[in-house]
Design a protein around this ligand. Structure first.
Ligand code: XUL
Ligand code: CO
Length: 439
């Protein structure tokens, strides 16, 4: 496996002082952090679409990326070359998992029969490459948003034929995901939202989205697919308003429609910021509700209000993300999938290595800092003390449900002088910084 990236050999851990730009400074896969290795904690995954398929096209210009595997002419030959390039890349980068949409791995045919035939052929090749390398499938998903047939959505389309067609595509991708031993299956609601309420039956669309997900759960049971189902929230893009807006909306949706036992969430950092939340907020909300399943690791740009899908390099953010993930007891069977692409100006194949390396080291550093921060209990002890009024006296009675407004009003009459304590935000930020400096 040395055909598509001959200029790069296996990227290894060399430690923080290395001058080698193609070596890990922090990611040391077999290093133990607590009772797990870094590899087990982080469960890194490559996104097939950004790494193998993205060409660097944007609203103002055509593709710039130099991708030797795309030089062939027949679509199926390109698909095979992409698969080989993908595994060469993952082996060299020491990435143990990958994720794909159906259309990333195989071209669509003239009709469903041909499309499924193409998928079967490439899935067999992937299976073989997985066997040769030990690389595993983190999740599969179906692209129900690029083709014009999905212009009004998929399961939320006003056209029932689109609903049926979408079901056929998800059914097939689920079968392939199962066959490849995929550990999860993701639903990102690509165009499951609306542009204007003037032409939209919101109630029917949301009911249909739930019907579609119930059918997916039923079919998984029927074929014995035991992977975790995940919903990936995003507030907008491509539609003005997506139904899976953020973690809070998804929790409400899952509970309303009786789907909360079958789904968890796949949280993407850039989607969190588009929704006006921090990444940590979304991870926390999912975690405390028992729904944190997996992560799409990337970051946006502070000055741009769209989904730039950049490689994650912000150590403050990776540290606080790993803090939530450690408190979650890890992500398995989920993982950290780099839903990230190199910038249009970073057009050479080697830039794919620099991008993933930056993200892997940023998360490995975040893991070390977060582990020490948690071990110290500096934040936990502070927070416990801050809420200690609920562990005794009237607070304990509130928590235990022993008092109502009448008793509280009586109590308040005798306790009108309120004594606060400082929130000490700056002190706590200094503590977090200390663990980042020291990692
Ligand atoms: C789009 C996005 C998708 C999903 C999978 O913003 O994040 O790539 O992760 O469909
Ligand atoms: Co994503």
């Amino acid at each position: 496996m040395n055909k598509y990236f001959p200029e790069v050999s296996k990227v290894l851990y060399e430690g923080k002082d290395t001058k080698n730009p193609l070596a890990f400074r922090y990611y040391d896969p077999q290093r133990k952090v607590g009772d797990k290795t870094m590899e087990e904690h982080l469960r890194f995954s490559m996104a097939y679409w950004h790494t193998l398929c993205a060409s660097g096209v944007d609203m103002f210009g055509s593709g710039t990326a130099v991708r030797p595997w795309d030089k062939l002419t027949k679509p199926m030959d390109i698909a095979k070359a992409r698969a080989e390039a993908a595994f060469e890349f993952m082996v060299k980068m020491q990435i143990p998992f990958f994720c794909f949409h159906d259309v990333d791995i195989a071209p669509e045919g003239e009709n469903l029969t041909e499309t499924f035939k193409n998928l079967d052929e490439i899935a067999a090749l992937l299976k073989d490459l997985m066997k040769q390398t030990g690389i595993k499938l983190l999740w599969g998903t179906t692209n129900l948003f690029t083709h014009p047939r999905f212009l009004h959505g998929a399961s939320t389309s006003p056209n029932a034929d689109v609903f049926a067609y979408s079901a056929a595509r998800v059914k097939k991708t689920m079968e392939i995901t199962k066959d490849l031993g995929g550990e999860n299956y993701v639903f990102w609601g690509g165009r499951e939202g609306y542009e204007t309420l003037l032409n939209t039956d919101m109630k029917l669309e949301m009911d249909n989205l739930a019907r579609f997900l119930h059918m997916a759960v039923d079919y998984a049971k029927e074929i014995g697919f035991t992977g975790q189902f995940l919903i990936e929230p995003k507030p907008k893009e491509p539609t003005k308003h997506q139904y899976d807006f953020d973690v809070a909306s998804v929790i409400g949706f899952l509970k309303t429609y009786g789907l909360d036992k079958d789904f968890k969430v796949n949280i993407e950092a850039n989607h969190a910021t588009l929704a006006g939340h921090t990444f940590q907020h979304e991870l926390r909300l999912a975690r405390i509700n028992g729904l944190l399943g997996s992560v799409d690791a990337n970051q946006g740009d502070e000055l741009l209000g769209w989904d730039t899908d950049q490689f994650p390099t912000n150590l403050y953010v990776t540290t606080l993300a790993m803090y939530e993930i450690l408190l979650n007891g890890g992500l398995a069977p989920g993982g950290l999938n780099f839903d990230a692409k190199v910038r249009r100006g970073s057009y050479e194949p080697i830039d794919l290595f620099y991008g993933h390396l930056a993200g892997m080291d940023a998360f490995a550093h975040g893991l070390l800092a977060a582990y020490k921060l948690l071990e110290s209990r500096e934040l936990e002890d502070f927070v416990a003390e801050r809420y200690s009024s609920y562990t005794k006296g009237i607070g304990e009675k509130i928590v235990k449900g022993e008092v109502g407004f009448k008793e509280l009003a009586e109590y308040a009459m005798d306790h009108q002088e309120i004594k606060h304590t400082s929130g000490r935000q700056e002190l706590l930020e200094t503590i977090v910084n200390k663990y980042i400096f020291e990692a």
